[in-house]
Design a protein. Structure first.
Length: 526
């Protein structure tokens, strides 16, 4: 195939054959599917270049991307159809008078540069590099026609990832199955997603497809498989709704809903908002130390008397701890702050959260982790010596003794991971976790380790509040033992009336537990 000839592959044909009654269409998924070529060649394949006064525009986010990728590619094919290029205006013009313009919008305000324009056809290459505001403003204000019978369509191509990943996924991927038309009632327009992977493109270098398998897992799934639920820059790469290829069965965080046992300690976390979302999340701690997230609640622009009452009705079981975001404790000039009002209306007394964002992120990552920690085994140079162990304990202390003993102990396989399990019914939380990306701002010359804030991140904030509170709790088994000991102490006080013994025993009961000294067997082994 020469530089001046081009033939679409079957997936591109599906894209080209979409009727003009479909206002918006997204094409792509993985790298190598021929997205940019499809957008460039649609003007030719559909014959739009023959229509007098027809006007199209193709956007990339930056001019550098236009210059290095789009403009150079267009020069391979457009001249063969009679088009001439105006370098000062960045546009091709055909003898019919039809025009194909190239545009860019590096900043949010650049969208205003097109305020007086009118386009029959608008294309966005790498749509996820644009913001939702930029896209919607251009699409719903500038794509129109004053010529009867001329089409008005929007066509885009992209891979998963980048700054616009969340809104593109919501608009095109979550609105319906691939290839199925979705109609938006508000605008009375339709849209569709046409998926395409690199392997659907017969012209792609097969070695390129193979090389993509060597990418880091999250990036491989996004770039090679077109997976919209994982992408480069994702904070919580361990998140799984089902195990991936060659991954163990425990690489999964979703469970079917079930009745949580009454004796499991339960935690409620609340993140308040009015214009933003008020979100509540319930979790229960199982005997094996896992946290099960079993209920969620969301409301927008509801007064506290409404959402507090609704949370109260949902919280019929005993809730051990309630955590409310720091906004709930601010003084807003009212007699009671939001946390106190919530307590009064719901009967649930909230605590202040641990609001360390980095600690919260690390907690979420640890609870999502399904890969065992690497085993660190210290190989001893001589057999275990019980007399030496006792000597180390007497002269160097417990820490040195434990280090010596562990040199002869083969670590057990880590069990009970991942520690976080999510009911399938928690749709908002499930959508939010994969959308968390790292903050790209620099702090003291170093990239931030925090999660970037974004619209709709309330479920994530609530999750970190909840998990940091869970970290301070005992497991149900230890909790029951603790309560039995406490009841025995109170029983002795009731029977004897000895306050001195009671206070001493209670102080020991509530004191932090010290490391026990291990006993040795007669065989001299720990």
């Amino acid at each position: 195939m020469s530089d001046t000839t081009w033939k679409p592959h079957p997936r591109q044909v599906d894209f080209f054959q979409l009727p003009d009654t479909i206002f918006e269409a997204l094409y792509g998924g993985s790298a190598g599917g021929g997205k940019s070529e499809a957008l460039l060649m649609l003007m030719i394949v559909r014959g739009f270049y023959k229509l007098p006064r027809f006007k199209g525009i193709l956007f990339r986010r930056t001019f550098a991307q236009l210059e290095s990728e789009i403009i150079q590619r267009s020069a391979l094919w457009y001249p063969a159809t009679g088009a001439t290029y105006n370098a000062s205006k960045y546009r091709w013009k055909w003898p019919s008078g039809a025009i194909m313009q190239f545009g860019h919008m590096e900043t949010e305000n650049d969208v205003r540069n097109y305020d007086t324009a009118e386009y029959n056809f608008a294309a966005f290459d790498e749509l996820t590099s644009f913001t939702e505001t930029q896209y919607k403003y251009l699409v719903f204000s500038r794509v129109r026609t004053s010529i009867p019978g001329y089409p008005t369509i929007v066509r885009s191509g992209t891979n998963p990832g980048n700054v616009g990943h969340a809104w593109v996924r919501k608009r095109f991927i979550e609105s319906g199955p691939p290839g199925v038309l979705c109609r938006e009632v508000q605008t009375n327009t339709s849209r569709i997603f046409i998926p395409c992977l690199a392997r659907d493109n017969p012209h792609i270098d097969k070695n390129y497809i193979q090389r993509m398998q060597g990418l880091p897992e999250a990036e491989r799934r996004a770039k090679a498989e077109g997976d919209w639920y994982t992408f480069e820059g994702q904070v919580f790469e361990d998140w799984r709704e089902k195990p991936g290829f060659d991954e163990p069965e425990n690489a999964n965080h979703l469970v079917e809903d079930f009745k949580i046992p009454d004796f499991w300690p339960k935690v409620l976390a609340v993140d308040w908002g009015f214009s933003a979302m008020t979100y509540a999340l319930w979790g229960a701690l199982s005997p094996d130390g896992r946290i099960y997230l079993y209920r969620e609640y969301a409301a927008i622009k509801k007064k506290i008397v409404e959402w507090a009452t609704e949370i109260k009705l949902l919280s019929q079981e005993e809730i051990r701890h309630v955590v409310m975001c720091k906004s709930g404790w601010q003084n807003r000039g009212e007699e009671l702050n939001l946390a106190d009002q919530f307590a009064k209306l719901s009967g649930l007394t909230p605590e202040k959260p641990e609001n360390n964002r980095i600690a919260g992120k690390l907690a979420v990552q640890d609870y999502l982790r399904w890969k065992p920690r690497p085993k660190s085994v210290v190989l001893a140079s001589a057999p275990f010596d019980a007399h030496k162990a006792m000597s180390i304990l007497r002269t160097q202390g417990t820490k040195a003794y434990e280090d010596y003993r562990l040199a002869f102990e083969v670590p057990e396989d880590e069990k009970g991971i991942p520690k976080l399990q999510v009911f399938k019914s928690l749709s908002l939380l499930r959508k939010t976790i994969p959308l968390c990306i790292y903050d790209t701002s620099d702090t003291d010359g170093k990239p931030s380790e925090d999660v970037a804030e974004f619209a709709g991140d309330d479920p994530y904030d609530t999750l970190r509040y909840l998990l940091l509170r869970v970290d301070k709790m005992r497991s149900p088994v230890k909790e029951e033992k603790y309560r039995q000991e406490e009841r025995a102490i109170y029983g002795q006080l009731e029977a004897t009336g000895d306050q001195t013994t009671f206070q001493r025993r209670m102080a020991l009961h509530k004191a932090p537990v010290s490391m026990p000294i291990r006993r040795f067997t007669r065989a001299g082994q720990p």
